[in-house]
Structure formats: C-alpha cells, structure tokens
Design a protein around this ligand. Sequence first.
Ligand code: GRF
Length: 190
Amino acid sequence: MVKQKINCAVFVSGRGSNLKSIYKYSKTKYSKILLKLVISNKPDVLGVTFARRKKINTKIINYKNKSLAEKNIIRYLKKNNIRLICLAGFMKVLSKSFIKKYKYRIINIHPSLLPKYKGLNAHEKVIKNNDKFSGCTVHFVTEKLDSGKIIIQKKVKRFKFDTPQSLSKRILFEENKLYPIAIKKILTKI
Ligand code: GRF
C-alpha cells in the first residue's frame, strides 16, 4: 500500500469510460492516487451516475457564467486538496487563469496522435485524409488547445472499412488503458 496518496479530480461531460478506468486504477494496491472529486458541467450523464454509485464526491457545475463556474470549481478543488486534475471528455475550455493556477497539474486525453487533429472530430479527419494510423494522446493542458507537452501516446491502426464510430471504439479501448499509465508516469514528477 502507498501511504501518501495524491488527491485527484476527474472532470467529465459524458459517458465517463476514462473516469471508470482512472477509478479502477485508483483502487489498485500500488496506486498513488485517491479519486476524491468528480466535476461535471452536465447533471445526468453516465460519468456522474458512475461517480455517485461509487460514492465519490460529485459536483455539477452550472456553466452559465464561466468565471463563476471556475470560481466554484476552484473552491471544491481546494476543499478536497486536489493536486492532480484529469480531464476525461470534459467539453468546456478552461480559462488561461485557471490553467495557470494548476500549471503541470492538469492533464487531458485526446483521441488522436497529437499534434495531428486537435479539437473536435478527429476520427472524421483521419478517415478523410486516408491516414494509415490514428491513436490517442495524454498531454499536459496549457493555454493553447490540445497543444501541451505530450506524456504518452498509443498508435491504433486505421482499417479501410473503418467508420468514425468503429475507429473511435478501438481508440477508446486504448484510451482507457493509456490514462492510468500516463498518470503513473507523471506522478514521479509531481
Ligand atoms: C474520449 O474519446 C476522449 O479522448 C475525449 O472525449 C472522450 C471521452 O470519453 N476527450 P469518455 O467520456 O471518457 O468515455
């Protein structure tokens, strides 16, 4: 057992498969993280249902006013002594000042081989450009969207018959394995 665990928050907006894999990792014998908080901008998504079922402290953030929303988030982060933030399908862009406050403490997973295909619809772009490979990337979050230092990547072959959905499914399978590996990798540096 690791005695001093790092308090971790996961931010979601939807399905929460990466949240599940981080949770699973957090429960392993030698994990160095404690999943203390889940933040979501949406109330009824699968990620939130999962977090509540597992009795993780879960906060729904009203994003009508972004600066107020972030103030609230920061309040919860402080209250829970959060030292690592994992974005996992969180569909809101964090402000520069928020990111500055948590420099090198926010990481994100993206379904492409960054720096290729930042932003939305990565799978569509891979297919349109007839790329032979795609994949997923875990990276530090900086002020520029999907542009921070890469922690780890996994290549996934793209087949001729792939649709965005089939490719996305295979990549997600790898994402779920990759996120805990990325966390382990950076923890030595935090
Ligand atoms: C993943 O494909 C991730 O790369 C992207 O959003 C999706 C979230 O999936 N940022 P899930 O909610 O973790 O299942």
